[in-house]
Design a protein around this ligand. Structure first.
Ligand SMILES: C[S@@+](CC[C@H](N)C(=O)[O-])C[C@H]1O[C@@H](n2cnc3c(N)ncnc32)[C@H](O)[C@@H]1O
Length: 392
């Protein structure tokens, strides 16, 4: 393998030897002064001896360690999901011996996994060697979508084995890019059933939190016909239809996905209220009888040029006055929005398409496509989604 410069090849340059910063604004000069202090071991030792400052420093050290050990922590989660640890503990507490027997592990190894889970806040040891779910463990046991997302990280982590190399080159053959088959195809409408099945199941199973965020943030009571473009198997539409019994629903997606959507919506008893249309949302005519159109976790998958094509096609197809709602994780100031942005920034890099945009960037794309009245709508959880609404 070609040799590459790594941090250990480069002597660390003390911060105080960097260029003259006198021309920077005061805010930046203050931050640089603070950074120089922090980089000094003597200053850090002084902080460690000062009780209040020590608590702040320890919290920051813990945060940094969370990042340093992040891969291990997420493998603890993966092991728990794969072994069925959280579902096994859902009905009630068990001892390490009982868990080891049920999950087929040696008891000593089981204890290591249980201790790590308890240390990370997924389980609790209610009394000596009696284990039960902590809050996060309850969510893992009950949310199939979350478990599905954790399992699909196996691919992402293989793609990210060499992250600096991924940043240097534009990798076109990642596992994630193969998984999200529509991003690699010039004609995604020709994808077959096998090529869309895995991501469609993952999207359906992981829709619950997204749907409740959207339904809590926009009033669908006055919507007569709701069209979900790139609607997958119809999980969002099913949630909207269940909440609003007189709502007519329409779904547009790739032909191989709409076959699945039809079956799914029929199986839930929504067949009478549903119309499903297959095609390519960048070029095929989109039905125009809806008064509200949603794009849920769709734009983030695509680079700006393809987003412009999707929005231009929607603008051409929809009737004036139709409301458009873009719902996805967006970059923003809230902690959840920043977490989502850091996560998806790297995720979409590995996928080779798309990016996590801010509401302002999405608004600019909507204005450029000719939409009017563009507004940001906060949701209860910016980690999951923010909405940007507009009018055709
Ligand atoms: C990330 S998934 C989101 C699915 C759903 N909206 C959700 O939130 O669960 C993106 C969806 O866009 C669809 N899609 C991708 N490219 C498309 C295209 N060119 N035309 C129509 N649908 C497309 C995919 O099949 C997939 O269902």
């Amino acid at each position: 393998m070609a040799s590459r410069a790594t941090s250990s090849d480069q002597p660390m340059k003390p911060l105080h030897q960097t260029a003259d910063h006198a021309s920077h604004p005061l805010r930046i000069r203050l931050r640089l002064w603070r950074n120089r202090l922090l980089a000094s071991p003597g200053f850090r030792n002084a902080i460690a001896r000062t009780p209040l400052l020590r608590a702040i420093a320890n919290r920051k050290a813990n945060d940094l360690f969370r990042l340093t050990g992040g891969f291990i922590f997420s493998q603890v989660l993966l092991a728990g999901v794969r072994l069925g640890l959280y579902e096994t503990l859902a009905p009630g507490p068990l001892s390490s011996g009982q868990l080891a027997a049920r999950l087929g592990l040696d008891e000593g190894r089981m204890k290591i996994l249980l201790r790590a889970n308890a240390d990370l806040g997924l389980l609790m040891e209610a009394s000596p060697d009696l284990w039960l779910l902590d809050d996060a463990g309850v969510i893992l046991a009950s949310d199939r979508g979350l478990a599905g997302m954790i399992r699909h990280h196996e691919m992402l982590y293989r793609d990210l084995t060499d992250p600096d190399q991924m940043l240097r080159t534009r990798e076109t053959d990642t596992e994630l890019r193969r998984y999200w088959s529509y991003v690699r195809e010039a004609r995604p409408d020709s994808l077959g059933a096998d090529e869309v099945a895995d991501y469609s199941v993952l999207m359906r199973e992981s829709q619950a939190m997204m749907a409740s965020c959207i339904l809590a943030s926009h009033d669908f009571a006055r919507v007569r016909v709701l069209l979900d473009v790139g609607g997958g198997e119809g999980a969002f539409l099913a949630a909207a239809a269940a909440a609003h019994p007189s709502l007519e629903i329409r779904l547009f997606d790739l032909p191989a996905v709409t076959d699945r959507a039809r079956d799914h919506l029929d199986s839930l008893g929504f067949g009478q209220r549903t119309q499903v249309h297959g095609g390519d949302f960048t070029r095929d005519r989109i039905p125009d009888d809806a008064d509200c159109v949603t794009l849920v976790r769709v734009l983030c998958d695509h680079d700006d040029a393809r987003v412009a094509a999707i929005l231009a096609n929607l603008h051409r197809s929809l009737r004036p006055g139709t409301r458009l709602i873009v719902a996805e994780a967006m970059n923003g100031r809230a902690e959840g929005a920043r977490l989502a942005s850091a996560y998806f920034g790297i995720y979409f890099l590995a996928m080779g398409s798309g990016r996590c945009r801010s509401d302002a960037e999405i608004a600019a794309l909507l204005w450029a496509a000719g939409f009017a009245g563009v507004k940001t709508v906060a949701t209860p959880n910016p980690l999951i989604a923010t909405l940007v609404t507009a009018v055709r």
